[in-house]
Design a protein around this ligand. Sequence first.
Ligand code: 3HC
Length: 657
Amino acid sequence: MSATRFSESVTGSIKDSVLVVTIDNPPVNAISADVRQGLIAALDHAAAHGMVAGVVITGAGRTFVGGADIKEFGKPPVGPTLPEVIDRIESFSKPVIAAINGAALGGGCEIALACHGRIAGEKAAFGMPEVKLGIVPGAGGTQRLPRLIGPVAAIDLIGSGRTIRAEEALALGLVDGVSEDPATAAALIRAMAAAPLRRTGMIAVPVADPLAVEAAAKKVLAKARGQAAPAEAVRLVRLAGDVDLKSGLADERATFIRLRDSQEAAALRHVFFAERSAGKADKLEGIAPRKIETVGIVGTGLMGTGIAVATLIAGCRVIGVEQTADAAVKGRERIAATLDKSVQSGRLSAAVRDACLARLEVAADANALAAADLVIEAVFDDLTVKTELFQRLDGIVRPDAILATNTSYLDPDLIAAATARPDRVVGLHFFSPANIMRLVEVVDCKATARDVLASALAFAKRLGKLAVVCGVTEGFIGNRIYSAYRSEAEYMVEDGAQPEQVDAALEAYGFPMGIFTVNDMAGLEIAWARRKRQAATRDPGARYVEIADRLCEAGRFGRKTGKGWYDYSTGDKVVDPEVTALIAAARAARGIAPRNFSREEIVGRLLKAMADEGKALLAEGIAASAGDIDLVMINGYGFPAHKGGPMFVAETVGKAA
Ligand code: 3HC
C-alpha cells in the first residue's frame, strides 16, 4: 500500500489495485478549491497508473461531503469548478465508486451521483438542501437525480431539501448497496471491470405518471411562501426529462449562478451562519457545562408539558411537580397524550414514546426534586408565585443544581435575588408549544455563573433547540421587539390602515400570519393585563393606542372567545363591521382623519420598528449580535427566513421591503 497526497485535503492510497481517495477537509469536508484540485489530481493519478483498476471516493470523519463551500460564495471563482470535477468523474474511463460514510449533501450528493456506483455506510445520509440556501443544485443534481430515482422522488428531495438515510436511499435506487465493509466498494469495482460503466448522465429519465409529478410539484410550491428557488428546482427536474444532459446542465448552472447572487440566497446564507454562531459566547470559551441528566419541571400546564416532552425525547429523566396528587395525575396524562400525538403524526416511534414514559415521574411533592440536576419552573407568570417557589426550591435541590425560570416578562434578576444562590439561576424562555418551537432564549442574568450559562446552552442544544443568549430586559429580545412592532401596527391602524390590510401586507411579505391574526390566536387579555399594570409608569407623552383596550373591554379576547380583531363565530376569520366601527370611533375621538397606506409603507414601517428596537437591544448589550436578533424573529415570530430577519433587511436593503 502506498499513500499519496493530492492536495492539502485530498489523499489517496492504493490497495488491491483500487485507489481509495479520502477527502479530509474538517469540519464537514466542504468542497473547497483545494478539494476540487485534489480530486482532479487523484483522477489524473488513477488515469496515469495502469495498475489502478478503479477509484473509491470517501470522506474522513463523520461526513462524506457537506456540500460546496458556502464561504466561497460571493468570492471570485477558483478553478476547477465543481461541474468540471463532476464531469471528469462521470466520464472517467475506470470505475469510480462513492463509499458514503456520512452526510452527502448538496455538492457532496452530486459527487456521489456522478460516480458509477454508490455504497452507503450505515451512517450515510443524502440530501440536496440547496433550496434552504435560496439556490438550486449547481453541479448536476437536478439532472442526474431524476435519472436515478425518477422525477417524482427527485422533485420531493430537491424541492424540500430534506435529508434521507441509507435505507430510504437504497429503496429509491439512489445507492447500490448498504455496507460498512470497506471491501464492498472495491468488490463493486472488480464486478464492473467487464461491463460498460453505468454513467448516470447517460441514463434516460424514467417516465412517470404526470399526475404524480404534478402532485409532487404542487406540494413543494405550496410551502415555498414566495421563494424563487423551490419553483426553479421543480422546473429543472422536469426539464431533465425533456432535454439532453448538456442543455439541462447548462440551464441548471445558469439558474444556480443567478440565484446564488440573489438577495434571497444572501439572506438564507446569513441565517445559516447566524445559526452556527448562535450561543457561542466568547466568554464561555473553555468552560465545561455541568452534567444534566435529571430535569425537574415545576408546573405541567401547556408550557411545562411541552418542555417535559422535549426533555424526555432528548433522553433525560423528568420529574414533574404539581401541587396536588390529582393535578400530578392530570399532568402525567397531558405529557403522555402529547407524546402519543407525536407517535400518531409519525414524528416519534412507539418504542421511543415508551422509553420516554419510563423516564417520567410526576409528583405532588416538590421534595422529589432533590435528585434533579436542573429544575425549570413553568408556573403562572407572577413575581410572588415565582420568587416563593425559588426560595422553597433552594432548600430542596442539591447545591450544584441549576434553577431556570421560564418567565416571559418578569425580571429574572428579582427572582434570582430571592434565592440564597443567585449565581445558579438562569432564564430558559421557551416558546409555546415548547416541544415543537425551535427557539429558546437563554437569559444570562446579573449573577448567573458562567458554567451555569454554558450548561443551560448545552441543555437547550441537547433538546435540539436553537439557543440564543440574551440579557435581562422586559420581554427579552423577542417580546421586546414584538411589542415595538405591535405598537407600530396599531399606530397605523389608528391613522387609517385596517387590521386586515396590515395582515395582508405582512402575509404578502412572507409571514405565515399577520400580526392581528397572531394576536387573536394568542389571546388579547395577557397583553391587556400588562398594559394596565404599566399604566401608572407609562410616559404620558408617549403615543398610546386604545383600540386593543376597547376590544378587550367588549369581551373580545381573540379566537378562543370567537371575537377579537376579527370575528370567528362562523368558524372562519372574517372582518367584523363592529371592529371597523370601533376603530373609526377611536380615530374620531382623537381627531384623526384616516389616510391610505400602501403595502410597501405598512411593511416598511413595521420592519423599521423591529430593526430600531433591535438596534436598541444591541446598544444596551441585551443581544450579542444582529444575527441573534434575526434568528429570534425568524424562529419565534414567523419572520420569513428568506428575507434574513429585520436586522439583515435594515443592513442590506435599507428601507425597501
Ligand atoms: N460550507 C462551508 N462551511 C460549512 C458548510 C458548507 N457547506 N457546512 C457546514 N459548514 C461549517 C459551519 O459553518 C460550521 O462552521 P463553524 O464551526 O465555524 O461554526 C461547521 O461547518 C460545522 O457545521 P455544523 O455546526 O452545522 O455541524 P453539524 O455537524 O451539526 O452538521 C452538516 C453538519 C449536516 C454538514 C451541516 O453543517 C449542514 O447542513 N451544512 C450545510 C449543508 C448544505 O447546505 N450543503 C449544500 C451547500 S450548497 C451546494 O452544495 C451547491 C452545489 O449544488 C453546487
